[in-house]
Design a protein around this ligand. Sequence first.
Ligand code: BG6
Length: 471
Amino acid sequence: MKVKLPTTIIVFGARGDLSKRKLYPAFFDLYLKDVLPDKFKILGVSRANISSDEFGELVEKSISNNHKKKSISSKIHDFSYSQTYISGVFEDIKTYKKIAEDLLKIDEKFGFCSNKLFYLAVPPKYYETILKNLKKSGLTIPCSKEEGWTRVLIEKPFGSNYETAKDLDKLLGELFLEEQIFRIDHYLAKETIQNILTFRFTNTLFEPIWSNKHIEKIQIKLLEKLDVVKRGAFYDGMGALRDVGQNHILQILAAVTMENPKELNSENIREKRTELLLALNPISKKELSLSAVKGQYEGYKKEEGVTPNSKTETYFKLKAFIKNKRWEGVPFTLESGKALSETKTEAKIYFKEKKPCFCAASHKEHVHQNIITFRIQPDESISIEFYVKKPSLTMDYLKKNLCFKYGGDVLEGVMPDAYEKILFDCMVGDQTLFTSTKEVLASWKFINSILEGWKDKDPIIYKKGSDGPEE
Ligand code: BG6
């Protein structure tokens, strides 16, 4: 399990929200699990003029916010203060010269040319600048074929529409080989989403009924109570569809509906996800008013960094169809929003109703429908609703639930955070849980027509803490 070769992670945006909330805690958890290489270093890069010790303090704080156990505080301290930092602006080539000098020093200490992982934890507007400067400075050239690989990790959103995603991909293709590029969608790395594949493809029970013959409809929801918090400037102009629709929601959809990849390897799985995304029926401008809802929560326009007349959606609900033999005719509802009444991500599979129902005449009108729910978060679980006979003198029924829940006894504490999985997989070179270039473009193709149709459309305003716009 342990990553063996010395590795250095160069984090651009080292003082940013993502680094503090997700990256440092995830690296520390990997360190606690003893899977990081013995020779390991984070080299933080950002604009602020701070020392490596001050950076250590920042890393320590971010990890401690996640770990309340006193017993490991000295481990947190040692881990945090063994990392290093340089200040520099991303536009200036001198920054990359400084990085090169520091990397050389790190490698000299290791006595080995370490693997280099460049993590772009920065707003997308910096991607091009950083990528071009990485190339100019020669930092992405490995020491040799055998030693010191270089890889790049890019956060979503990958582009802001089909065209810009294509341009970004072209640029990446000029700098890196596909096996060096790791495009992140952290939803792919969530245990509960990986488990959808395990559930579907290891239990032969479900495959024969997993189609339009037996399934009536599927709903996928990613609902959040939180509003945009302090991310107004980043969120405005992007909106919910780009933020979570093009990526997280479509990846859940792919997990629920893709064909069986047969073999557990990155190429097959990515190929099957892509096939599915390509089969999504684009929603035309004409269909938009019936098939899509665009919403914005009340007060959004007053958030810091948001333009006062913003038309950005903080909520969407779409009715989509997949054009293939398995899913022809099955409606998929895809919904997401901020500032809603609850936080919940799930996929619900509604099976066709049994008609007429096999029950007493008095219940004839009741809808007998089996439902499988993949609860991604919170209260992670997989459950199946089914019916049994109620002990009585007549054919009455009872609705029951079979449920597998994470947490509790054996599973407690074992579930890795998505970012741990991402970082670990990138270090071992497994691309299964990263999106391929074809996949990214396929998902943009579907989203693009909605974005275009919505360009001038005013969103429906909904109350904070509600269930979204009343349709
Ligand atoms: C991010 C989005 O990718 O995913 C956020 O930018 C969203 O807006 C978040 O809140 C949800 O992720 P998670 O893991 O908290 O469900």
